[in-house]
Design a protein around this ligand. Structure first.
Ligand SMILES: O=C(O)CCC(=O)C(=O)O
Length: 195
């Protein structure tokens, strides 16, 4: 399968995975979409992943043995979501798990799984595959530097020595109760607009 055709096949999955991100992380989603919109306005001629997408960067690792060693994605926004979409032929009971160190989590991830992680906060890695198995991964993420660049008026720090600080990152992650309240409110607003 050629690269373009491969990406076309992934496209519907990407849309659905991004929608899931909006459901579970509405405020980090909104925060990141605002960044995308600011960049689209400032650089209208650039190619963007998908209009309104909360992720500025995309990596496709077609393996066929896409497993990673323990690492942190230090360039990503600390309070930003990294979406990991897994596909391939492997036994998810024995292979390819995602380990989130510090959170003490080991997740099984069968083909079709979408993981959302704070990739700059939790060191993470995969369990190796068995012989004959293949695993591929598409990741969507946004580098912290892009937020800084926008916040500095689309200038590098050298031209803008005083950096604004965003201390509200953690507040954008909602508890289950807050999440329900958020979507109830959104629904009420949508209904009110409809009537
Ligand atoms: O393949 C995975 O489950 C993790 C991918 C990952 O951590 C990365 O691409 O940085």
């Amino acid at each position: 399968m050629g690269k373009l055709s491969f990406c076309r096949h992934l496209f519907p999955f990407s849309i659905s995975a991004i929608e899931k991100c909006k459901t579970w992380f509405p405020l980090p989603f909104q925060h990141a979409v605002q960044l995308n919109q600011a960049f689209c306005q400032y650089f209208p001629d650039f190619d963007w992943i998908i209009p309104g997408c909360p992720f500025m960067s995309l990596s496709i690792n077609i393996g066929p043995h896409a497993v990673c060693e323990k690492h942190l994605d230090l360039a990503n926004l600390v309070a930003g979501i990294c979406l990991i979409f897994v596909f391939g032929h492997f036994d998810y009971k024995t292979s390819g798990h995602l380990i989130l160190h510090h959170a003490n989590v080991i997740w099984e991830g069968p083909s079709g799984t979408v993981f959302f992680i704070l990739s700059a906060v939790f060191p993470h890695q995969n369990i190796a595959l068995l012989a004959g198995e293949d695993r591929c991964v598409m990741t969507l993420y946004t580098q912290a530097g892009l937020f800084r660049f926008r916040d500095q008026g689309f200038q590098t720090a050298a031209h803008c020595p005083t950096l604004p600080h965003d201390l509200a990152g953690i507040d954008r992650f909602l508890t289950a109760d807050q999440l329900q309240a958020h979507w109830r409110e959104q629904l009420a607003q949508a209904r009110a607009q409809h009537h």
